[in-house]
Ligand binder design. Sequence first.
Ligand code: ADP
Length: 575
Amino acid sequence: MYEKFKKLISYYKPYKNVLILDLLLLVLSDFIVIFIPVICNYITNQVFQFEKTKAIKITVILSILVILLSVSVYFCKRYIEYQGSMFAFKMSSDIEIEIFEHLQKQNFSFFDEQKTGKLVSYITNDAYNLANVIKRAPEVALSFTIRFLAAFVFFFIKNVFFAFILLLVFICVFIFILYFSPKVQKITANSREIFSDLIAYLEENLSGIKTVQSFTNENIEIERFRSNNDIYIKERNKICSLSSIFRGGIFSFAVSLIPIVTIAGAFFMINGNINAGDFIVYLLYIDILLGPIFSFVDLNEFLQEGIVGFNRINNILSSKSETVDSPNSIVLKSVRGKIEFKNIYFKYGESDKNVFKNLNFSVEPGECIALVGSSGSGKTTICNLIPRFYDLINGEILIDGINIKDVKLKNLRQNIGFVQQDTFLFSGTIKENICYGKPEASEGEIIKAAKDAYAHDFIIGLQEGYNTHIGHKGLKLSGGQKQRLAIARVFLKNPPILIFDEATSNLDNESERYIQKSMEKLTKNRTTIVIAHRLTTIINANKIFVILDGKIVEKGTHKELLKKNGTYAKFYNFF
Ligand code: ADP
């Protein structure tokens, strides 16, 4: 609890000066608002006792004072609204950046368990809800306290009965808030969770729209989205229903002050306890008090959203990335590229099945190893373990004899080039995408990398050449073109170790030939591990590992394995 409070306070730190000024101006404007009825009271009770010209003079002077005070309230409010709102947005952006930074450092296991859409909803909605409450809570609480105390003191001095009524109404409002808040918070938490699921569903659907359309499942998806929306609407309905009782109740309590003060005031006036001037001022004070009571109700609803957001953000921020640099981690210098897997045990997350039990193999510098095996046998997992996308349960992976756990993560990954089946291109220009792994690359280096990857010709054929913008996720490029850009990226990065997950499924013959040629160039003098789908890769590999159910069942060159007439031969003949 204390940690959470400390965390909350830390969000104020960069804006403490703005916040202090914001609250000071709020206090000032509230005092002015409270003081104006006192002037009115003086005008209605005292001024008429003076002779006419003096009374007019005093009234004019006091009117000018009221105008000046109102103008100063305008400036106070302007600062509070402008700077105050900006500080809420800046704080929201700070929280968003904090979550984003945290997410960038999480390893693959974290993302295996989280839906992207949900994370997006934490960054967008929860961060803003939290910042909004952080900004508004002190303002509303302060304004309410000042106005309530002022009204209470005023009534207490003028008429204890009214002060007592005020206190009673306030206690009722307070009990009402205490009773309803936990209920509102519970339903709000549910509704936020359902909303995040809705965003996650939306994200998944739009990312997989090609699959949806290829299976002509649009109507099924629309129905699913409609029913998810219905669930959300039902949850919102609960909130609206509770909120209507809550707001209605508070509104009635608060507004009841007007008839109570009017009726009681009328009786007091008939009995001569108060005069008409006092009576008007009583009503003005009730009016001054109603505003903060309603803000308090608003705040309570924001508060519930903020608390839910804060809890969810805290959960995300408290998840520690398992893959971090060890205290004495080192930087690899001039990597030769020997890779050793020693007694490797690995399983994914909470899964009870080990992918590898005591896996052992080694790859010599500059060798090209092809991994072959049925789907689900562990080929991709081997590739993911080398850059530490996941950490081992037991055993060690060595590069040039050094345990990768002892190498700085950034340095380790700088030494490995990854070309994946599903190439991800960022929205931006072709040039920006090629130099993603080396932002400082010169124009000449970028063009050379593109030429090596046989991408230069198709790039210069595009309308704006290297400056052509590729749509989100590279939608405007063919599969083969995207892969050639991914290979150009790796040429530019120039790592000593290469991991390549071959994609043949959506490549035409021409692209396949280009990729094959560029791969031949790329793998020269680099240690390469290929998840092989192409026969040519398999035939040319220095060694082939046949993997079945997490075990290397055969090892050797193409010829050796064919001669053996075992599992590999069966695979090969099947190809
Ligand atoms: P391959 O690349 O040979 O097809 P993988 O290495 O992808 O096989 O998968 C090996 C095993 O690990 C399979 O049983 C698969 O279901 C499981 N697996 C792969 N990725 C994950 C993951 N992210 N979370 C949990 N299990 C996974």
